[in-house]
Design a protein around this ligand. Sequence first.
Ligand code: PBG
Length: 328
Amino acid sequence: MPQFPNTRLRRLRAYDWSRRLVRETRLTPDDLIWTVVVSDSADPTEPVASMPGVERLSVKAAAKAAREARDLGIPAIAIFPHIDPAHKDEAGTEALNRDGLVARAVRAMKDAAPEVGLICDVALDPFTTHGHDGVLKDGRILNDETVEKLIAQAIVQAEAGCDVIAPSDMMDGRIGAIRASLDSAGQQDTMIMSYAAKYASAFYGPYRDAIGSAKALTGDKKTYQMDPGNSDEALREVAMDIEEGADMVMVKPGLPYLDIVARVKAEFAMPTYVFQVSGEYAMIQAAAAQGWIDGERVMMESLAAFKRAGADGILTYFAPRAARALHG
Ligand code: PBG
């Protein structure tokens, strides 16, 4: 008689009911943060060529999207602006406009669906002619001068009604500086989600297309975003942001950095988010369009993988489609 195993892991996999019963993590609409690009274009929606299925939304269309998020049970929307090139300058002055696109979108979306959380990106790149996240001088991005601007930008956003300030610029010390300034501006209850471990990644390509900074960008962002080879450094970044007052932390990009998500969650036990960025979205959509993968299944599997790695939520362009799939 050959020796057969007395433990058979396949036993539990035999039925749909037993697979459901032993499943360790599951995705729900509560895990989704919908990443939305807003624009001042006269058209209600404009397709983004490198992100099939994603459209830039007018302020009015964004308000409609907020109601859609509410109806789908999506807790929050992250807003990214496509700024008219005529409003860009070297210094990114438009970022501080109290009546700029982001402030108007926030007001319209809050008005339309007050129960949906709004998250605003803090960084100068949508507003600068050079496409960098900070103040550029003699070919260098100045840290402290940039932080001064980010503080002002964050206050404009909070005063417009944004619930969560999300600095994505990777300057040193910005979380503490923004926290202190929000507090002294009477915005103690405004939350901060820091893009704590954000890598200098080629996966952001289609996003730069979506917000119109691709052509503008001179050089790369390696002097402020993290080197993809580093992992311990991500923990140092996250530790500093927590120390400085971040309520939630984020890892970005997503799938290629699941090891970082897992380490961050295990080390700090903080509310931890992950950004499934534009290039990840574009790759899935492109392969699906060719018929090379089952796009719907790959979307759901990729989102489930973030949960398994330890993420508490996922910023994703797939949010409404995934929520619809989850509702069956
Ligand atoms: C910039 C910012 C970027 C993204 C969000 N905020 C790109 C960058 O750092 O160049 C990327 C989002 C995506 O790729 O989906 N502050």
